[in-house]
Design a protein around this ligand. Sequence first.
Ligand code: ADP
Ligand code: ZN
Length: 726
Amino acid sequence: MIVGVLVQLSNQSVDKIFDYQVPLDLQSKIKLGIRVQVPFGKQTLEGFVLEIKKNTAHKEELKQVQSIIDEEQVLNTELLELGKWLQEQTMSTLINCYQVMLPKALKAKIGTTISKKMDVDLTLNISSEDVANGKWNSSQQRVLEQFQSSAKVKKQDLLKISSSSTKWLLEKGILKEEQTEHYRYHHEFLEKEQYPLTEEQQQVVNQVLAKKNESATFLLFGVTGSGKTECYMELIENAMKEGKSSIVLVPEISLTPQMVERFESRFKNNVAVLHSRLSDGEKYDEWRKIARGEVKIVIGARSAIFAPLTNIGMIIIDEEHSSTYKQENEPKYNAIDVAKQRSITHHCPVVLGSATPTLESFARAQKGRYQLLQLPHRVNQKPLPKVTIVDMSAEIRKGHALFSRTLQEKIQDRLDKGEQIMLLLNRRGYASFVTCQNCGHVEKCPNCDITLTYHKSSNTMRCHYCGYGTKKITKCPKCGEEAIQELGNGTEKVEEELQKHFPNSRILRMDFDTTSRKGSHEKMIRSFENHEYDILLGTQMIAKGLDFANVTLVGVINADTSLNIPDFRSSEMTFQLLNQVSGRSGRKEKEGEVIIQTFNQDHYAIHYAKQHDYLGFYHQEMKIRKELKYPPFYYLTYVKICGKDYETCKETATKVGSYLKSQLQNSIVLGPSVCSVFRVNNVYRFGIIIKYKQEPALYPVLSKLKAHYQSRRDLYVDIDFNPNHI
Ligand code: ADP
Ligand code: ZN
């Protein structure tokens, strides 16, 4: 027997299937999609079995499979196919495409084993009569007594009673060991009230159910607080009644305990959870539960779209506009595309939900490629919160750089009433940096073309691109003066200022730094929910999904920073962010209010966010996109040439640019130009933009390009189809 094995090396040039002989004693255990260990050059590697052949020509020369790792398929038939499709879509290596589908414990990678956690129980191996008639010493007696009330007792508990007697009884065969697997992730089932759907919600559900056995894509366009999540749950319940499973994708950061609780309280132990804050062991356990068919619902972040469910009846993607559904590393896949592909296989609907759909999605809905569903009202019948725009240029002249007088008054008012406040610091592309007051020198990362960010709590300066960190300097390395100062407003600084203004308020800061410890994110959300804090101050991570009844004021400290990023999506991202964060206010009984501080009060993204006018924004932004030939009018592909040597990199980029211009007759090819952060980790990057409506030559030309450079060690061609950023 011969098997074709795809080994773990992610190198383009070894990304092919190699044949191995299977020794006789292993042949009965071989299955497609399991992992094996094989010799490869001088090393031993892991790989996936992708082919099983009875015979091939040159048997003798083939090396032998060393061992088999899995009893059951790690990649089932559907995933094996999906991986090939993914490779075609992303032009990544096939091995990368398979690895990305699996939790760490199941990736093909030598030296990473994660064990199963076992519960060890003991049972009696003799009859209770024999126990009664036997002669036992007192401690043996005490151990045996434990079996009067239950047939199974935890070994640990018995060892505590008497470890020597327990061991003796085991040795003599009087007790018997029984191991069962113990899933590490702890699911909690709270009782939550379940409301009947409103008329609007029921209509949405009915429209989806009308096509429940078709691979149709729906866009559920519903304002914040309109009850989209309730609709999702109803659809899932329906699938479950028919014995079918469901996937729910949520952006990483909104996969909060609040969200999970809602699903678990309704569907109990039918739910598995997958997100990056789980430990590798927990992920492994959740994954196996899914593979074994023990759960019918998977709720997770991006990669949960690969959950090994069979018989899928419903795929939900909440906050479909979220950029996190696109993976930034290889394979650069978009979970929404994968969802559509799986929906074709399973003949099931995909529901994309958002209060601010991407322009691409909404345009598709307008064209009828997606079926549009709408929830234009909040469930609580309250209007959307009133939004006030504050012109910060006027405020700053009066000496209020951080908090306008309006915002201060409103905060005080809520504090007095015992209501809660959320403050968003829009920090994207902007952070506190370290500069010399004397010569203007700015400290940059030695590896990257980016300024270092000052972190007060650790008194360090860090690079947010490569992770470089160093102690904060006081003396300027350029002019030698002791004139180093930190500028800009990071969350730490704002927290400090806020505390000065409202000394008696309890402030909770939530950002990348304060949530890095496992479980801290969950804990913070719970404690804010329990009103242990008055003000929640945070970055983008507080904008999504949270549902606090007592929050009646949302303040955006600086709406502008995301407007200023040089990216064609910057207006869209700003509008989405303002809309999402506004949606956190006044979600239940109490009415909410929003204050947006900005230096660009006339910008249309801010204007339409104030009006909660998605359609107004959509039409205006569509005009601009059309004029500038951007999505959704044109598709984009971004080709990056990366290399350690500046000159080689630049020359190659120029060559590649002309090649693409000559080959892609139906496209607009722009560049090369230096990328917006043009050096990262000592690698230079040049970008070429390809815009097209239809370009039959795109895939063949790009794969030729990739193949041409695949053996180069000093250069790398990176291809990103439909990129988030350029
Ligand atoms: P969205 O996902 O659109 O932001 P949610 O599903 O979170 O909205 O609903 C907002 C709030 O309204 C939640 O607290 C939810 O429990 C409540 N809710 C949703 N549907 C109903 C309903 N039919 N009746 C009463 N309350 C509801
Ligand atoms: Zn760096």
